[in-house]
Ligand binder design. Structure first.
Ligand code: FE2
Length: 374
């Protein structure tokens, strides 16, 4: 069988399995639903199809992504229409795709890798799985703080890590800052996931930068003291637990609330409607924001196409669709924020370069261990 055709068939198979097992979440599929969709036997049967495919008209770009939304696929089709470059997509969980990229080494087919969190992108860079891209288009479309200092990764969408509260039991006037959640009045009322999660590592990494290590550690210890239960599950599980009355507030990324509100399951919509979103630290150093982003892989065989593809995703035309598919904020400041997110109001962001989240990651993990945040 033609190798490019084999790759296409495998992509379709992997996609079908992903759709069956993990629809509606990116890197946060609950453990019970994880079936390592991309590790079908066919995965080992892909022998550098990209190289010969580049000689075809328009060529290809091979993408590993932890996102799987119909809107993303529509964008890839639009890119193909505009450039003649085919986009081959392998979808999977972020961690597993990262491991796969690492394992495949120089033999990988992946030209482009999309995943959540600047911390994860920094990890890819640290493992020398990324390469620098110097593009005037990307520099113009993506603000400096959402790009790697060495241009080895680029943010594509933005999310805020906010306080979510039960509308019946908490009045937003009681809320102010992340730090205030460590006070005695919140004892036994705070829900937040495990410190093994990159989102929490990144928020603590941001506090190390903004407030210093001592204050960051104090915050982590204070949250542990006020936890409603031992950390378990993902962000959505914390929000569900708020509505179930296990606690009164949760720390969650914004798009999970968007997913609940847009769910086809009326019970999930009810959960989304029962909670309010509060942007903390508006009078101090701002709400923590992070990105999902993209990198050209170190061993990309189709570098030019990869760069064209990323430039396209950063364009005004693509940015709204890309962000809207996961209820996120576009990184391109020229692009309108999706309506639902506008309804949550504007907010002040932390003013830090997200490269710092990677720099402070190891220290953040250490602080979590020191204060016993599981
Ligand atoms: Fe997520």
């Amino acid at each position: 069988m033609n190798k490019a055709l084999k790759f296409l068939l495998f992509s379709m198979l992997a996609l079908a399995v992903v759709l069956m097992t993990a629809c509606g979440s990116d890197e946060e599929t609950p453990p019970a639903e994880q079936e390592e969709p991309q590790e079908t036997p066919a995965a080992e049967d892909t022998e550098e199809p990209a190289e010969e495919a580049t000689e075809e008209a328009g060529g290809v770009v091979n993408l590993y992504t932890s996102r799987h939304y119909d809107t993303d696929r529509e964008l890839y089709e639009l890119f193909t229409e505009q450039t003649g470059i085919e986009v081959n997509v392998i979808e999977g969980k972020g961690d597993e795709l990262m491991e796969r990229l690492d394992r495949e080494g120089a033999a990988t087919e992946a030209d482009v890798f999309i995943t959540a969190d600047a911390g994860n992108l920094a990890r890819l860079k640290e493992k020398e799985l990324t390469q620098a891209v110097n593009s005037d288009v990307l520099a113009a479309n993506i603000p400096d703080k959402f790009r790697d200092d060495d241009n080895e990764w680029f943010g594509l969408t933005k999310r805020a890590r906010v306080i979510v509260y039960d509308k019946d039991r908490v009045d937003p006037s009681e809320l102010s800052t992340y730090e205030a959640l460590t006070e005695a009045e919140w004892e036994g009322r705070v829900l937040i996931r495990s410190s093994e999660n990159i989102y929490n590592q990144s928020i603590l990494a941001s506090f190390i930068e903004l407030n210093g290590e001592e204050a960051a550690k104090e915050w982590a210890a204070g949250i542990v003291k006020n936890m409603a239960r031992e950390p378990q599950g993902g962000d959505t599980d914390q929000v569900i637990a708020v509505v179930a009355g296990e606690g009164d507030v949760a720390i969650s990324n914004t798009y999970y609330i968007g997913r609940l509100l847009n769910s086809e399951d009326p019970e999930e919509v009810k959960v989304g409607e029962q909670v309010g979103i509060f942007f903390p630290n508006q009078d101090t150093n701002g709400t923590h924001v992070n990105i999902s982003g993209v990198t050209v892989t170190k061993h990309a065989k189709n570098v030019e196409n990869a760069i064209k593809f990323i430039e396209f995703l950063s364009s005004e035309e693509a940015q709204f669709v890309f962000a809207d598919g996961n209820n996120e904020y576009p990184v391109n400041p020229e692009v309108e924020v999706p309506e639902l997110l506008q309804s949550w109001g504007e907010f002040k962001e932390q003013d830090i370069d997200l490269t710092i989240l990677g720099d402070n990651n190891a220290r953040a993990i250490q602080l979590f261990n020191e204060v016993g945040w599981k």
